[in-house]
Design a protein around this ligand. Structure first.
Ligand SMILES: [Zn+2]
Length: 156
């Protein structure tokens, strides 16, 4: 009888927990959405599984033209080339994002406390923002190059 009671309690607490957790999962899933069907597995892994690309692997590290950096998933405009700088870290870096481009959250993985940011429009993970930037904003947006698409300004 005791055993039965224990099993019942276990089952009950489990379903009770899922009842509480489930709506959060649904909410979370609703804000993260794959829009671009041509995303590669690596892009999906970074944008929806919080993975990170190898440093110095992105050609965007060397991009110096004028233009805008867009979300590779939903196309939202995220950074202006005027905010880009060479941080030497091996990831495209920016002093500021365009207003309202991202939502942030605290990431405690790997025993560190970092501020992670996601595209405000599609929820895709892009990178982390640090307080050691070179300009007056003191921000350093450290962005995975694979999450970005650069569109150069067209000179007339
Ligand atoms: Zn997006």
């Amino acid at each position: 009888m005791n055993n039965f009671r224990r099993k019942f309690l276990k089952l009950f607490s489990f379903s009770y927990l899922s009842f509480i957790i489930l709506p959060f999962n649904i909410l979370n899933a609703a804000t993260k959405k794959i829009i671009n069907p041509n995303l590669t597995e690596e892009q999906k892994n970074i944008m929806f599984n919080e993975s990170t690309e190898r440093p110095f692997s992105s050609a965007l590290n060397y991009e110096k033209r004028k233009g805008f950096f867009h979300c590779a998933n939903c196309g939202a405009k995220l950074f202006s080339s005027s905010a880009k700088f060479d941080s030497g870290t091996g990831w495209p870096s920016f002093t500021e994002s365009l207003p309202g481009a991202f939502k942030t959250k605290i990431d405690t993985s790997f025993g560190m406390k970092r501020i992670e940011y996601h595209c405000a429009k599609c929820g895709a993970h892009h990178g982390h923002v640090f307080d050691d930037g070179p300009s007056s904003t003191q921000k350093r947006f450290c962005n995975n190059g694979l999450c970005l698409i650069f569109k150069p300004e067209i000179n007339e």
